[in-house]
Design a protein. Structure first.
Length: 553
């Protein structure tokens, strides 16, 4: 039985259908005829389209009014298609990146508007007058676009915010892992030399220790303490590099001598493992401007690593080559090569990352913080150079440093022989130190060198002793920095401000654990004549005292 047709809606005749196939408004009709012939309430969708079209044709007597509803419907149809697409696209983004349960409530709005549009469209078909719904369709379409734009903006913001939060979470988790790994390494690397120091100290305190055994224990304690000091230096150096507190201090340097000195410093260490060291230099312009201390630090890191990861009877080479010279700037290449265990390609990608060490049975037996390569890379970067690595697992590694350095005139090389040990017998010093153990160590070292000593426990007491002394009574003041009552810098400035020149010009040497370059500059600005870093190195301390007091000897 054929479906019944609602009252007021008649099926178009064949002639009418023919007329609809090529109407004046063919674009609109073609859009309408795209719809499938699915029945709605028993009526074919194509019949509804024809009804709408006839309603439009009733207004043809006014060309503008007749075409305007058609244009509005055309635009509204395009907007509707765009908004449905946007709805589907962004709802997918919300499901993948956002909180769907929260956004779903907002996304119901486009569905409601879609229903309103269909109601308006059907109203035109049934009532035959588009004027009733044109304003509604235009308003609904505009609101639809506005709502979708707001939703787009909101959803994009949520997606970006989620991505930022995910990135921060990943970074925090990575930092937490790095911190945990760092603390684990530090615990192991610090406890290892501490175990040696405490263990050999306990053995040295035994009742039946021979002088030969005692000397051996002390030597091993000294080695372990320097190993511990190197670990502390690495951690502090990396921290200062990351905080941007390190600046290069260029000076005239004989680059060839610098390379040879670096080789000499590690030669004994390598010889203990029967590793042969080959040092060669091929340069025309030896004198350059660079920070010698930082360059030495980078070279020592590379050479020490080469020694640590090379088995006995292996080879290590250090080579310097001048590649070119242009406009008083020389291009130099430094190569450090070993025949050690090499590195895997996977680890090379993380070689210059702080605290990274390759996990192998050989490396697990090797001491170190995993900071040497990161420090070396930072130093080379500060010098404006490059560092590359060529390595093969089981065959060895070669580091290549390329750097451009300003060429300078040769400095007069003083052929001064090592001076004989200067006796400080009869030299009176004021030792200012608040820590009892540090004070006792310094007293013993200075007394062995011949000094006569007075002591003070803070800067105020030192200032009072100097102020009350006769001119020439004290030959030198050895001043700690961090002390109660009055710190060393303040005390030094106060001494320099004394009215009696014989007292205000007393040599003052900082003897402090503040050992960075800026600490040395601060000491100089406070009026001090020298700087001795703790832990005390006897040779460095005596050389500094000789330099400062040589004019008084």
């Amino acid at each position: 039985m054929a479906p019944s047709i609602p009252q007021g809606l008649r099926v178009a005749s064949t002639n009418e259908s023919a007329r609809c196939e090529k109407p004046p408004y063919s674009l609109v009709v073609q859009l309408h005829h795209i719809a499938a012939t699915q029945p709605i309430l028993g009526v074919q969708w194509s019949q509804i389209n024809r009804r709408v079209y006839r309603a439009m044709r009733k207004r043809e007597e006014d060309a503008v009014i007749g075409i305007l509803p058609t244009l509005i419907i055309c635009v509204a149809s395009v907007l509707m298609a765009f908004n449905v697409y946007s709805y589907l696209r962004f709802s997918k983004h919300v499901r993948e990146h956002g909180n769907w349960s929260q956004e779903q409530r907002v996304l119901r709005i486009p569905i409601v508007l879609l229903v309103l549009f269909l109601i308006g469209y059907l109203t035109v078909a049934f009532f035959g007058n588009p004027d009733y719904v044109m304003a509604g369709i235009l308003f609904g379409g505009s609101v639809f676009v506005l709502v979708m734009l707001v939703l787009m903006h909101r959803m994009f913001d949520r997606i970006r915010e989620n991505e930022r939060l995910e990135a921060k979470l990943a970074a925090a988790e990575e930092a937490s892992k790095a911190k945990t790994y760092f603390l684990s390494n530090m615990s192991h690397d610090i406890r290892t030399p501490l175990n040696a120091i405490i263990g050999y100290t306990t053995l040295a305190n035994g009742d039946e220790v021979t002088p030969k055994e005692m000397k051996g224990y002390i030597g091993k304690i000294d080695k372990a303490s320097h190993q511990l000091l190197n670990i502390v230096d690495d951690v502090l150096e990396m921290s200062r590099i990351e905080n941007g507190k390190i600046e290069l201090e260029p000076s005239k340097v004989n680059l060839e001598d610098c390379i040879k000195e670096a080789g000499d410093l590690v030669r004994t260490q390598l010889a203990s493992k029967h590793i042969e060291l080959d040092v060669s230099c091929n340069v025309i312009h030896k004198w350059v401007l660079c920070d010698k201390n930082r360059l030495n630090r980078a070279l020592m890191n590379l050479l020490c690593n080469a020694g640590k990861f090379t088995d006995e009877h292996g080879n290590v080479s250090l080579r310097l080559v001048e590649l070119a010279e242009f406009d008083d700037v020389g291009d130099y290449e430094i190569r450090v090569k070993d025949t050690g265990i090499g590195m895997s390609p996977e680890f090379v990608e993380h070689l210059f990352t702080p605290f990274e060490r390759e996990r192998t049975s050989t490396v697990s037996r090797t001491q170190g913080t995993g900071l040497g390569m990161a420090i070396t890379k930072s130093i080379v970067d500060m010098m404006g150079g490059t560092i590359d690595v060529e390595t093969e697992k089981g065959k060895g590694t070669e580091f290549i440093i390329g750097v451009s350095l300003p060429i300078t005139e040769a400095e007069e090389e003083n052929t001064i022989q090592d001076p004989e040990f200067v006796s400080f017998k009869g030299t009176r010093a004021l030792l200012v130190e608040d820590n009892e153990i540090n004070r006792e160590i310094a007293q013993m070292l200075l007394s062995q060198a011949g000094f006569e000593l007075d002591t003070a426990v803070d800067g105020k007491q030192a200032l009072d002793l100097v102020s009350a002394s006769e001119p020439g009574f004290y030959d030198v003041v050895l001043m700690d920095i961090q002390m109660p009552v009055m710190d060393g810098y303040t005390a030094a400035k106060a001494i320099r401000a004394l009215p009696d020149p014989a007292l205000s010009e007393i040599p003052i040497i900082a003897m402090t654990a503040n050992a960075f370059q800026e600490d040395i500059r601060t000491a100089e600005e406070a009026g001090m004549n020298g700087h001795i870093a703790k832990p005390l190195d006897v040779t460095t301390m005596m050389n500094t005292l000789e330099r400062v007091l040589c004019g008084k000897q």
